[in-house]
Design a protein. Structure first.
Length: 323
């Protein structure tokens, strides 16, 4: 019997984690004490100092210290993938706190603007190859599952990618991190259509200076603004075509010069002034993508960046909630 017991223990060791990701206790993914450190307190608002321009409101589930730091590093660097679920549960709590603060999803029935989109900040390709996985994306998937089980319509939209090489952030101060990341992210082809499926919550495992989340917000807002400008252009083409009598003659009028003729006319573009662009979508020339924009005045529209949520925040970025 003793031999059978040892055999079962060895077999269990192949299936179950050898130790707690937070404190090293045997035979558990995360012990009760470490779970409490991760998710036992209410999520709180954090604000890095100095705060990078364009950073949305950020909520964190826990402090990035001790057991929480150990669990995040075990998941990210040592491949303890079973930690994704408890980390995702903590992230889901931070997401709920953030969207609750802006009033998203209030009232009964399905939200008219679609599912809540969790958009993870991507790791570099080199980091993904070295680790064998993308930690933020894996945690985001676990968080989306937790939210759906709680009745919140949520899904992951991994639409961001690195557009250029960036330096390792370790050892860089807040100013250097901002300079390192500006213009570094872009939305993948087809990602704009995905972002139209609902409002956005940016997610990551840890926030320190906020530079990564601010850059992610810039990338999402930029494509949303460009889409808004293009929609306005299409409407102007259709209106110009109607005034020129295109629907009757089948010919393009002078006002639609440069746009498509015939049935595809509404897909073409005509000129739009800089003033029109600013009024309609907050677009201003400049920035890495040719556009940068002010935060939208309306909150909650499809594609809007509602807020950001992270599993843990560096102690340097703590802000006490003001209730």
């Amino acid at each position: 019997m003793e031999g059978v017991r040892r055999w079962w223990q060895e077999l269990a060791g192949l299936v179950l984690p050898a130790e707690c990701g937070g404190c090293g206790s045997a035979r558990t993914v995360l012990c009760p004490q470490c779970r409490t450190a991760l998710s036992g307190a209410a999520p709180f608002r954090v604000r890095p100092v100095p705060e990078p321009p364009g950073l949305p409101a950020v909520h964190a589930a826990a402090r990035y210290a001790d057991e929480v730091r150990a669990a995040l590093l075990a998941h990210k660097e040592r491949g303890a993938l079973t930690l994704a679920r408890p980390l995702g549960a903590a992230l889901a709590g931070a997401v709920r706190a953030g969207v609750g603060e802006v009033g998203w999803g209030e009232g009964e029935g399905p939200h008219p603007l679609g599912d809540l989109l969790l958009v993870p900040v991507p790791s570099t390709r080199a980091a993904v190859r070295a680790r064998g996985h993308d930690p933020a994306r894996r945690i985001a998937l676990a968080a989306a599952g937790e939210l759906r089980r709680a009745g919140v319509p949520a899904r992951v939209a991994a639409v961001l990618r690195q557009r250029r090489a960036v330096a390792d952030q370790a050892g860089l101060d807040s100013r250097q991190r901002l300079d390192n990341l500006v213009g570094a992210l872009t939305v993948v082809p087809g990602g704009v259509r995905v972002l139209c499926g609902g409002p956005v919550v940016l997610v990551d495992d840890v926030v320190t200076t906020g530079a990564s989340l601010a850059e992610a917000a810039r990338a999402v807002r930029a494509v949303r603004a460009v889409r808004a400008v293009r929609s306005v252009r299409a409407v102007r083409v259709a209106a110009a075509a109607k005034r020129a009598g295109q629907g009757e003659s089948g010919r393009c009028g002078e006002e639609t010069k440069g746009a498509l003729c015939g049935e595809g006319a509404t897909a073409g573009y005509v000129g739009i002034t800089r003033e029109d662009s600013k009024k309609l979508s907050g677009v201003e020339e400049g920035g890495a993508d040719g556009v940068s924009l002010r935060p939208p005045d309306d909150v909650g529209g499809a594609g809007d960046v509602l807020c950001a949520a992270v599993v843990a925040a560096s102690p340097d970025s703590f802000e006490i909630n003001r209730n």
